[in-house]
Design a protein around this ligand. Sequence first.
Ligand code: NI
Length: 135
Amino acid sequence: MSVKVSRRAHFNAAHRLYRPDWSDEKNDAIFGKCNNPHFHGHNYELVVSVTGEIDPVTGFVIDIKILKDLIKSEIEDALDHKNLNQQVPEFKKLNPTAENIAVFIWNKLRPHIESSKKLEVVLYETPRNFVTYSG
Ligand code: NI
């Protein structure tokens, strides 16, 4: 019997989306307000889900406290109140779009989750805009 267990988390971060090899006009056309050269913040909402068999001994798929601590140490400590472009090495040359941040989060968490279990990351950049990555 496979069950999906989810934990919601939150972080604030600043970013700028642009390509240095494009003109200002093209950056504005493609990235809009997210191309603000002075950066801007988003209140990111994160939902991390682990799917797997229920352990017959504990009754858990994953101990949610372990998942909570993992999200804190691997994701919130790395991203919360950070300028993603300037302070997170992975985004020095990679645009910190919601898509790329979701993949970053998945890659950070995946080694810590039992390989028999499925991991899914849903990242909300705004209440209406969100992306999903599951490997
Ligand atoms: Ni933005």
